[in-house]
Design a protein around this ligand. Structure first.
Ligand code: FEO
Length: 147
């Protein structure tokens, strides 16, 4: 399967907030790159190293992205903040726990992780993130930060 078929950015996922859209695109790229590497018939040592690198990036990049969103949601007094933050926290817990177990993964487990990552990111963007768009756009517009 070409990587573009596994996951590809689509403007239907756009929030209209450039900073957030750029970060979402980066998360989609992370899923696509990892999937391509896992299918590249590398040695166990190499694909495990790719999984570890993806997990590390996930922990740091997702955390940074989540804090960006959470700060905006709080500033905008978005009433779905607590639920949204709980979703972020749950994802971070799950990914962090995988950092302890990735050494025992088979390639099938690694591909399952990749699918989990893709499905979580796309579903979260399409459903949870979509909920804050009107409030955040209003807030940013009121601050003169968004057209
Ligand atoms: Fe874009 Fe709520 O993560």
């Amino acid at each position: 399967m070409p990587d573009g078929e596994f996951v590809e950015w689509n403007d239907k996922y756009a929030t209209g907030i450039p900073l957030i859209d750029d970060e979402h695109k980066r998360l989609v790229e992370l899923c696509r790159d990892l999937h391509g590497r896992l299918l590249a018939n590398q040695s166990r040592k190499d694909w495990q190293s790719d999984v570890k690198a993806a997990l590390d990036t996930c922990v740091s990049y997702a955390a940074s992205h989540f804090r960006t969103e959470e700060k905006l949601m709080r500033s905008a007094n978005f009433d779905g903040y607590a639920h949204h933050k709980a979703e972020h926290d749950d994802f971070e817990r799950r990914v962090r726990s995988m950092l302890w177990t990735y050494g025992g993964m088979t390639i099938a487990d690694a591909l399952k992780f990749c699918i989990f990552l893709r499905d979580w990111v796309l579903s979260h963007i399409a459903h949870e993130d979509k909920l804050y768009i009107p409030r955040l756009l209003d807030y940013l517009k009121s601050k003169g930060k968004q057209q």
